[in-house]
Design a protein around this ligand. Sequence first.
Ligand SMILES: Nc1ncnc2c1ncn2[C@@H]1O[C@H](COP(=O)(O)OP(=O)(O)OP(=O)(O)O)[C@@H](O)[C@H]1O
Length: 633
Amino acid sequence: MSNVFVAVRIRPLIGREISHNEVSIVEANENTVHMRESMNQQNDDTNVYSTYKFTYDAVFNEETTQEEVYTKAAQQTVTNFLEGYNGCIMAYGQTGSGKTHTIMSSEFDGVIPQTIYEIFDYFQTKTAVNSNNQFVLRASYYQIYNENVLDLLNPTQINLKIREVQHQIYVENLSYFQLTCPQDLEKLIKIGNTNRIQAETKMNTNSSRSHSILTLYLDQSLFIKNELVQTSSKLQILDLAGSERAHSTQPERQRETKHINQSLAILGNVMQQIVQNQQNSTHIQFRDSKLTRILQDSVGGNCKTVLITNISPSNACFYETLNSLKFADRAKQIKQHAEINQIEDFSVRIQKYRLEIQRLQQKINEKGNPEEQQMQQQLQKQVDMLKSQIQSPKFDEFQKLFQQIKQLDEVRSQSANQQDQLNNLRNQSIKQRDILLILTSKLQEKETQIQQFLKELQDCYQQIAQSEEKIYQSGQNVDDNDEEEYTIDISQNTETDQILSYEQKMDELVQLKEEFTEENVQLEREWKQMQLQIKYEQKSLEDRADIVMRQVQVESADYLTECLKERDALIKIFAERVIPSVNELKKHDSKTAANNNDHSLQEKAKNLQIYIRNVRELIETSELRQKLQELFE
Ligand SMILES: Nc1ncnc2c1ncn2[C@@H]1O[C@H](COP(=O)(O)OP(=O)(O)OP(=O)(O)O)[C@@H](O)[C@H]1O
């Protein structure tokens, strides 16, 4: 009897979480997951107020590769499946925690792809050993969406029924496809995934809103030491839908979320029931949801089950992660009893033998080359051996014996269960005893503390009493002597001194005031004198200014008259001399170009220009003076 193999995979923080400044609160240490609960986003050690520790069969950290996950968690179950055991690999976890990445991944390198390559490698190896070994591998791919089973390979098939025949659970009318190479499965999954209901959720923009189940069915006919061994096994690989805490406002999304959370909660309950009731699986409510019904022969029965719980390391996902870790912890305690699905039933075995005889007989009858004839002879021997087994008189006896062995096996398995339960009880009572011991020692500690406090309290009371006594005694002493009188005398002396010093200061201040007043009168007198002097000075200045102004006006009038005279004289010169000279220049203008050598003329022109400039300046100056005169007037 073995436990469900439980692994936890921590994915790295993804872009969305990093951009929201979320931090990692989960750490993997070998097979243990440590999770911190912090007071705030900082997540440093000082803010941690609780830590959680869970141990599993395997823990994968952020850096673990897809190959490692497959090798450590899934490969053994795949090997068991090839040996004829049923198997189940489930990815469980919150929305966006990495279930699809683990099971499939967009690069097609998750558990499913690695499983299919391993299966076909196995076929090759076995066929190389004996070419008569035969394998038939088929696959079905369906989903449970809103409690409906839908065939992903034939979308017209909706709401399929789940049936049970001889403790085997199967989906009615489901389509199966035979796989002849790994690529066949890849194609099937691609077709199926396009039909898989996907919707955008708050946590993951490409979130799967349904539980998807890929089932591989393997029928093998192997020749082991010339004996035919036939097995038939089934491997289910589940990518469970993620649970969402936040509620969408869309009714359709709300309905999906309700169904997903309900079915996952029922899965949790069923696991709890299995753990509590390992022996009697008849009382376990597998029928409460489609998911648990389908998993009935996986989690509860003849199966090697692997649960990979995916978690996000982000502090924002604390509660979902804690729930997932608790769920995985519960699954760890489930015990399973898997058996190889060899065709053991005698009626089935006889039927198989007959078919095998027919097949071999057919081969024998076919004519072939010497090698084939040798092979035929060997086959004939096998046929005879099989016939003799069927016709043997001991066969009935053997069948009875076989039944007895089966019953004995059941009894043994029951007693093993009882032993397990006893062990559990013993472990529990040991745990309870330990807890009691711890509690007792804690109680003792508390009691010692209380005694200590009481003692301290008593000491305090004593000290207070002593102090009160001292006070009382000192009160009596005061009555008995004249110490108080002496104190009063001293204080009275001090007051008189103070008053004297105040009076002295007052005298000083009065004296100061008088001095100030005297000074003030003197200053006022000086001020008045200065004002008189200023007035006198102002008057004499004004008088002087008047005289100067008048002088200036007279002088400027004289000067102006002079200038005007000068101007008139210049205008006269200008009219008499300049204008005729200019006219003369103009006349000679054309000649000047030809006769550059007329130096006297050039000299004249130069002088004339200087003259004109001077005259202009004079005129301008005269105009300025005119303006000046206007101002004075
Ligand atoms: N181990 C990992 N390493 C790197 N990226 C990862 C890992 N696991 C998950 N991721 C990334 O995280 C995102 C969410 O992962 P995934 O879609 O597998 O989550 P899910 O649990 O299947 O979500 P849902 O339940 O909503 O379908 C994806 O972008 C995926 O590539």
